[in-house]
Design a protein. Structure first.
Length: 599
């Protein structure tokens, strides 16, 4: 680490403080995460500030109240008062050295790991909060608080460093819960009241206008939260419900909000809202947790007049962020997470009985089925010994990181160029070489599936901001599978719909059918960050592979390609996609991931 002028360090600390705040709320994009890592390694002050902030974040939920001294210290560190935060951190370091010289050495070792050529041991994963007490209540002066918390962080960092080569992060099997009966209908005439359960005649609740004059309706869906252990983090979450039918001719869409969580066994507070955007505090709806939290818009227009009745599935980064915030704020297994489906415009004055009918629990014999009830999943991420992570544990969760053979396929290439470039990405679009275009081949090792039925699948990938002006979108194809551990046959394509069969690309699969167009426009000029592709087309493609002889250990091949020719574009215009192998500047969470759920 090089020395910096005071004004330069102060500027870096201000930027780092902002990024740390985003990290604590799990809202960092990949480019921001890389910038935060760069800032942490830019000066001793920045490194020490990061250590203190993450130490406090890990420890505070266990032992502080809103007015306690350690809460004040956290605010000093994470608010704009950077100079005060740095002063406290410097004092904490001096005190730690006075107590135990080994702590002083540990701090120096941590920050020295940021020097060029050293492998950083700094973890950029936000800890998960817990209600369990890690320390006794604190009543010491502020500097002493910082000393004890720093001790925890240094010990954690040293422990993490010592087992760096034998621990790896793996996905655990998904945990799901079924919607509880305490959800139901909330309406404009009496927003403080919830009508629990479904309409006994239809088994549903409507979002839209009531049969009664001047009454608008919204729907609350409530789930008991699954268990999350202290060493686990939320990797992803998924929410499903059933749209039974659409009544009348609605001219409005339905938005999905996360309101928060409650500790009581039944939801009794209000929750009604309809309109363009709700930025209310969670506490205004009777939710538990910090008073400053606002409700989360998870997906706008999740149902529209063009939506076909059937199962609706939501899985996106906003849902992941919302669920993480609940556990960080102290939610425990059995607490109730509350979602709301509401109209994005007022329905008080529209024709009566107009809207969207959603199935609510409990199922009613002869009217609704248990499979139509809303369901909620979380997929945890945890540390496990390497021999377990590379053996049956990761496969038992049916979650696979992209194969290292993934790479670039060119319009004029004779083979796939495996792996990523130095920056950890490959480009989809135009090449710097004249009259050449680029696509990306994604590969995963299939898990062993014998008689199980594939119920759900998702493919997650990270796309950085486009390079240059991109007037095309990217489509996802499922090409087929190979029994070999690697695949290098060129499989380039650009255009509206690829008519080729799996055999043309040297792969196994249906011999007389085109390769599977799984999803169109999965990447557009407006979309970057973590992208999740799911749906029946992906599930059907995977089922087809197993039906045509695929087995555990075989390699499935996907392709990301432009929906039109890019040869006439300027060079190097396109979408960078993060691919394996993981580079030092790339988070393991950014690599492509294929998840399969069986029943």
């Amino acid at each position: 680490m090089s020395s910096h002028e005071p004004h330069q360090t102060a500027k870096q600390l201000r930027e780092l403080s902002s990024l740390v705040g985003l990290a604590l709320d799990q809202q960092l994009e990949e480019t921001q995460r890389l910038r935060m890592q760069e800032l942490v390694c830019s000066s001793p002050e920045c490194c020490e500030f990061y250590v203190a902030a993450m130490t406090l974040h890990a420890a505070l939920p266990a032992n502080c109240g809103s007015a306690s001294e350690d809460r004040v210290l956290l605010e000093l560190l994470l608010q704009e008062s950077i100079q005060v935060g740095t002063q406290e951190k410097s004092t904490a370091r001096e005190g730690a050295c006075a107590v135990d010289e080994s702590l002083c050495s540990a701090i120096d070792a941590l920050c020295a790991s940021c020097q060029p050529g050293a492998e950083s041991s700094t973890s950029f994963v936000t800890p998960v909060r817990s209600r369990k007490r890690w320390f006794a209540p604190i009543s010491r002066p502020l500097p002493a608080v910082a000393f004890s918390m720093l001790l925890l962080m240094v010990t954690t960092v040293l422990a993490s460093s010592s087992v760096r080569n034998i621990l790896t992060q793996v996905l655990l099997p998904s945990r799901f819960t079924v919607a509880g009966n305490s959800g139901g209908l909330t309406y404009s005439k009496n927003p403080d009241h919830v009508l629990h359960g479904p309409n006994v005649e239809t088994g549903t609740r409507r979002i839209g206008s009531s049969a009664f004059d001047d009454v608008a309706l919204a729907s609350l869906i409530v789930f008991p939260l699954p268990t999350l252990e202290d060493i686990e983090q939320i990797h992803s979450a998924r929410l499903e419900w059933t749209l039974k039918q659409i009544d009348g001719s609605p001219e409005f869409d339905v938005d999905l909000y996360g309101l928060g969580y409650v500790e009581s066994p039944e939801l009794t507070g209000n929750g009604f809202w309809e309109g363009d955007f709700d930025d209310s505090l969670r506490a205004a709806y009777g939710m538990s947790g910090p008073g400053h939290r606002t409700v989360q818009l998870i997906q706008a227009s999740v149902m529209t007049p063009a939506t076909e009745p059937g199962r609706i599935r939501v899985r996106n980064s906003r849902l992941d962020t919302f669920i993480r915030s609940l556990y960080r704020d102290g939610a425990q297994a059995g607490d109730l997470v509350v979602f709301r489906l509401n109209a994005n415009a007022s329905t008080v004055a529209i024709p009566r009985s107009t809207g969207y009918e959603v199935v609510h629990p409990p199922a009613i014999d002869g009217v609704t089925e248990p499979a139509e009830i809303p369901m909620f999943w979380i997929t945890p991420l945890s540390d496990a010994p390497q021999d377990l992570a590379t053996g049956q544990l990761s496969l038992s969760a049916q979650s696979m990181t992209a194969h290292p053979s993934s790479g670039l396929t060119r319009s004029t290439g004779s083979r796939i160029e495996t792996g990523s470039r130095v920056g950890g990405t490959r480009l989809i679009g135009s090449s710097m070489r004249d009259d050449q275009s680029l696509a990306v081949a994604l590969m995963f090792t299939l898990p062993p599936i014998d008689v199980e039925v594939i119920e759900y699948a998702s493919l997650d990938l990270t796309v950085l901001a486009p390079t240059g002006d991109c007037d095309f979108a990217v489509d996802l194809y499922g090409l087929g599978y190979t029994t070999k551990s690697t695949y290098t046959t060129p499989c380039f394509w650009e255009g509206d719909s690829d008519p080729s069969s799996a055999g043309k690309y040297g792969l196994l699969g249906p011999a007389d059918e085109p390769v599977a167009l799984i999803a169109k426009a999965v990447v557009t000029p407006d979309s970057h960050g973590r992208i999740s592709i799911e749906g029946e087309a992906l599930v059907e493609f995977l089922r087809t592979l197993y039906d045509h002889g695929a087995q555990g250990g075989d390699t499935v091949v996907f392709r990301l390609s432009a929906d039109r020719s890019t040869r006439d574009m300027e060079g190097a215009h396109g979408y960078p996609v993060i691919l394996p192998p993981r580079r030092s500047q790339v988070s393991p969470h950014s690599l492509p991931l294929l998840s399969i759920t069986t029943r």
